[in-house]
Design a protein around this ligand. Structure first.
Ligand code: MG
Length: 308
């Protein structure tokens, strides 16, 4: 990668408002190129090979012109982590004004999962509910959960493998969205998703950027939802650009996760359930990491760049 991109590198640590997949401090690397700021933020435990598409995406964001847009405001969904305290759930729900759907993390404990779903339903009776299982269940577990859960917009990655998803799909009416099955695949173009997945979950960084994501949409020919990975406003804005560049976008997108951060490098407000593409300029005040963490990220980027 170009040295000038590395020269602009900043690494920030963003505190979260609530425990989200075990994270209380989200570290992200940002660098700037001809076409603006870009984010590289694979989670800390990811090995270099898994980080490669994330870096390809960041380099694309910094160095390539933005695609043609079909819209500049995007419908977003609320995201509810696997929290159980009633008061905390209502505080999190309030972070998402006007959204027409909520994605709720489930999978650990059916009673607590159902209580969480019902709590959100009672707070926002007009919003659709979708759940994300992150591949935690067997086919049997997914079938029994769906008998209890009431109406869902879709269920995201209920089981880990394509074979299980295909078996499950024969037994349920609820739509299935595929996330990890695509994002963690060695070659997402080689997958046969027929009869297994109704909706594709698209995250621009792990899928290697906007151009490659469009190639995947063209290849798989399924309805899509654009989602995110607890990114800063810079990564979120790039996800909004992806969402804006997709002609047929029927579902609200999971791009409002910035609301779960206590501090961010920029603010992209949710207005009546929508967020706007804005190419924000980051404000780094008080967010830079220690020199040691900066060097860790810089080395990670240089190692990953060797794999591109
Ligand atoms: Mg997911």
């Amino acid at each position: 990668m170009d040295q000038s991109l590395l020269n602009s590198l900043r690494v920030v640590a963003l505190p979260t408002k609530t425990n989200f997949r075990g994270i209380k401090l989200r570290e992200v690397a940002l660098f700037k190129g001809e076409y603006g700021w870009a984010e590289f933020s694979p989670f800390l435990e990811y090995k270099d090979a898994e980080c490669a598409p994330w870096l390809a995406c960041a380099i694309e964001a910094a160095t390539q012109p933005r695609p043609k847009l079909f819209r500049s405001t995007i419908n977003v969904n609320g995201t509810i982590p696997a929290i159980n305290d009633e008061k905390e759930i209502s505080q999190i729900v309030d972070l998402f004004p006007g959204v027409k759907s909520f994605k709720i993390k489930v999978g650990d404990d059916t009673d607590l999962d159902l209580a969480r779903i019902n709590r959100v339903r009672s707070l926002r009776p007009d919003s659709a509910i979708r759940v994300d299982v992150n591949g935690a269940w067997t086919v049997e577990q997914a079938v029994s959960f769906l008998k209890l859960a009431g109406e869902l917009e879709y269920i995201e990655q209920p089981c880990a493998s394509i074979e299980e998803l295909r078996e499950l799909k024969k037994r349920i009416d609820t739509k299935i969205a595929g996330d990890e099955v695509l994002r963690k695949a060695t070659d997402p173009f080689a997958l046969d998703l027929s009869g297994a997945v109704d909706i594709l979950m698209l995250k621009v960084q792990p899928l290697g950027g906007i151009k490659r994501t469009h190639d995947l949409i063209d290849h798989h020919q399924l309805p899509v939802v654009v989602s995110s990975a607890l990114e800063s406003a810079i990564g979120i804005d790039y996800g909004l650009v992806l969402a804006g560049s997709i002609e047929n976008l029927g579902y609200g997108c999971g791009l409002a996760t910035g609301s779960l951060l206590a501090k961010d490098v920029a603010d992209i407000p949710i207005i009546k359930g929508q967020m706007k593409i804005s190419s924000p300029t980051p404000n780094f005040d008080g967010l830079d990491v220690s020199m040691e963490r900066f060097e860790w990220w810089k080395n990670r980027i240089m190692r990953t760049a060797e794999l591109l």
